[in-house]
Write a protein that binds this ligand. Sequence first.
Ligand SMILES: [Zn+2]
Ligand SMILES: [Zn+2]
Length: 146
Amino acid sequence: MLTSETKDVRGEFSKIAISYRRRNVIVSIVALIFVLILWLIMARFPDKSSLFVIAWAVFASVLIISTRLTRKLICPACKRSTEGEIIRFCPECGDTHLQQKGDDKFFLIAPRCSSCSKELIKMRGRRRYKIRFCTCCGAWLDERGV
Ligand SMILES: [Zn+2]
Ligand SMILES: [Zn+2]
Protein backbone atom coordinates (compact mmCIF):
# COMPACT_ATOMS: atom_id res chain seq x y z
CA MET A 1 0.00 0.00 0.00
CA LEU A 2 1.44 3.33 -1.00
CA THR A 3 1.02 6.09 1.52
CA SER A 4 2.66 9.49 1.77
CA GLU A 5 5.03 7.96 4.32
CA THR A 6 6.21 5.21 2.01
CA LYS A 7 9.88 5.77 1.27
CA ASP A 8 10.55 5.60 -2.44
CA VAL A 9 13.96 4.02 -2.92
CA ARG A 10 13.36 2.62 -6.42
CA GLY A 11 16.24 4.63 -7.87
CA GLU A 12 18.79 3.25 -5.43
CA PHE A 13 17.38 -0.25 -5.66
CA SER A 14 17.33 -0.40 -9.47
CA LYS A 15 21.03 -1.36 -9.79
CA ILE A 16 20.53 -4.27 -7.41
CA ALA A 17 17.38 -5.33 -9.25
CA ILE A 18 19.10 -5.17 -12.64
CA SER A 19 22.04 -7.34 -11.58
CA TYR A 20 19.63 -9.77 -9.91
CA ARG A 21 17.52 -10.11 -13.07
CA ARG A 22 20.61 -10.43 -15.25
CA ARG A 23 21.90 -13.25 -13.06
CA ASN A 24 18.56 -15.07 -13.31
CA VAL A 25 18.75 -14.90 -17.11
CA ILE A 26 22.35 -16.18 -17.12
CA VAL A 27 21.46 -19.04 -14.79
CA SER A 28 18.55 -20.06 -17.05
CA ILE A 29 20.81 -20.05 -20.13
CA VAL A 30 23.53 -22.04 -18.34
CA ALA A 31 20.89 -24.50 -17.12
CA LEU A 32 19.61 -24.95 -20.66
CA ILE A 33 23.11 -25.59 -22.03
CA PHE A 34 23.80 -28.13 -19.29
CA VAL A 35 20.57 -29.97 -19.95
CA LEU A 36 21.57 -30.17 -23.62
CA ILE A 37 25.04 -31.47 -22.70
CA LEU A 38 23.53 -34.05 -20.35
CA TRP A 39 21.16 -35.13 -23.06
CA LEU A 40 24.02 -35.47 -25.58
CA ILE A 41 26.04 -37.54 -23.12
CA MET A 42 23.05 -39.81 -22.54
CA ALA A 43 22.45 -40.16 -26.27
CA ARG A 44 26.06 -40.80 -27.26
CA PHE A 45 27.32 -42.81 -24.32
CA PRO A 46 24.29 -44.55 -22.85
CA ASP A 47 26.47 -46.95 -20.84
CA LYS A 48 28.74 -44.32 -19.33
CA SER A 49 26.60 -43.25 -16.43
CA SER A 50 29.65 -41.91 -14.56
CA LEU A 51 29.98 -39.13 -17.17
CA PHE A 52 26.39 -38.24 -16.57
CA VAL A 53 26.92 -38.07 -12.81
CA ILE A 54 30.02 -35.87 -13.22
CA ALA A 55 28.21 -33.43 -15.54
CA TRP A 56 25.32 -33.31 -13.13
CA ALA A 57 27.63 -32.58 -10.17
CA VAL A 58 29.34 -29.76 -12.12
CA PHE A 59 25.96 -28.28 -12.95
CA ALA A 60 24.81 -28.43 -9.31
CA SER A 61 27.99 -26.75 -8.05
CA VAL A 62 27.78 -23.98 -10.67
CA LEU A 63 24.25 -23.27 -9.50
CA ILE A 64 25.23 -23.21 -5.82
CA ILE A 65 28.24 -20.97 -6.46
CA SER A 66 26.25 -18.52 -8.57
CA THR A 67 23.61 -18.29 -5.85
CA ARG A 68 26.30 -17.57 -3.26
CA LEU A 69 27.89 -14.88 -5.43
CA THR A 70 24.69 -13.09 -6.28
CA ARG A 71 24.16 -9.70 -4.80
CA LYS A 72 21.62 -9.96 -2.07
CA LEU A 73 18.46 -7.92 -2.45
CA ILE A 74 19.38 -5.45 0.26
CA CYS A 75 16.97 -2.62 0.99
CA PRO A 76 18.72 0.74 0.46
CA ALA A 77 16.62 2.31 3.21
CA CYS A 78 17.19 -0.08 6.13
CA LYS A 79 20.14 -2.12 4.75
CA ARG A 80 18.48 -5.42 5.56
CA SER A 81 17.86 -8.33 3.25
CA THR A 82 14.43 -8.25 1.70
CA GLU A 83 14.47 -11.93 0.81
CA GLY A 84 14.46 -13.41 4.28
CA GLU A 85 11.62 -13.96 6.67
CA ILE A 86 8.50 -11.90 6.13
CA ILE A 87 8.74 -9.37 8.94
CA ARG A 88 6.12 -6.65 8.85
CA PHE A 89 5.26 -5.39 5.39
CA CYS A 90 3.90 -7.44 2.52
CA PRO A 91 6.61 -7.56 -0.18
CA GLU A 92 3.96 -7.61 -2.90
CA CYS A 93 1.76 -4.68 -1.90
CA GLY A 94 3.54 -3.08 1.08
CA ASP A 95 0.59 -3.51 3.42
CA THR A 96 0.97 -4.56 7.06
CA HIS A 97 -2.05 -6.86 7.16
CA LEU A 98 -0.05 -10.02 7.31
CA GLN A 99 -1.17 -13.28 8.79
CA GLN A 100 1.82 -15.15 10.08
CA LYS A 101 2.25 -18.88 10.27
CA GLY A 102 0.30 -20.17 13.26
CA ASP A 103 -1.80 -17.01 13.61
CA ASP A 104 -5.36 -17.47 14.88
CA LYS A 105 -7.75 -19.84 13.17
CA PHE A 106 -5.95 -20.09 9.88
CA PHE A 107 -3.79 -23.03 9.18
CA LEU A 108 -1.10 -21.40 7.16
CA ILE A 109 1.95 -23.03 5.70
CA ALA A 110 3.35 -19.60 4.86
CA PRO A 111 2.59 -16.01 5.81
CA ARG A 112 -0.32 -14.58 3.88
CA CYS A 113 -1.27 -10.99 3.12
CA SER A 114 -4.92 -10.21 3.70
CA SER A 115 -4.76 -7.08 1.54
CA CYS A 116 -3.61 -8.64 -1.72
CA SER A 117 -4.32 -12.25 -0.62
CA LYS A 118 -0.90 -13.40 -1.78
CA GLU A 119 0.67 -16.35 -0.07
CA LEU A 120 4.26 -15.40 0.67
CA ILE A 121 5.64 -18.81 0.09
CA LYS A 122 9.01 -20.27 -0.83
CA MET A 123 9.25 -23.59 -2.55
CA ARG A 124 12.57 -25.38 -2.87
CA GLY A 125 14.36 -22.15 -2.07
CA ARG A 126 12.52 -20.21 -4.76
CA ARG A 127 10.24 -17.36 -3.94
CA ARG A 128 6.73 -17.65 -5.29
CA TYR A 129 6.10 -13.95 -4.84
CA LYS A 130 7.64 -10.72 -6.12
CA ILE A 131 9.43 -8.19 -3.99
CA ARG A 132 8.17 -4.66 -4.57
CA PHE A 133 8.37 -3.44 -1.00
CA CYS A 134 10.85 -4.02 1.82
CA THR A 135 9.35 -6.38 4.38
CA CYS A 136 11.33 -4.74 7.21
CA CYS A 137 10.70 -1.02 6.66
CA GLY A 138 8.07 -0.90 3.92
CA ALA A 139 10.16 1.14 1.50
CA TRP A 140 9.10 1.01 -2.16
CA LEU A 141 11.83 -0.88 -3.98
CA ASP A 142 10.65 -1.77 -7.44
CA GLU A 143 7.73 -1.14 -9.72
CA ARG A 144 7.55 -4.57 -11.39
CA GLY A 145 8.96 -6.54 -8.52
CA VAL A 146 12.00 -8.81 -8.49
ZN1 LIG B 1 -0.01 -7.81 0.12
ZN1 LIG C 1 13.91 -1.71 4.25
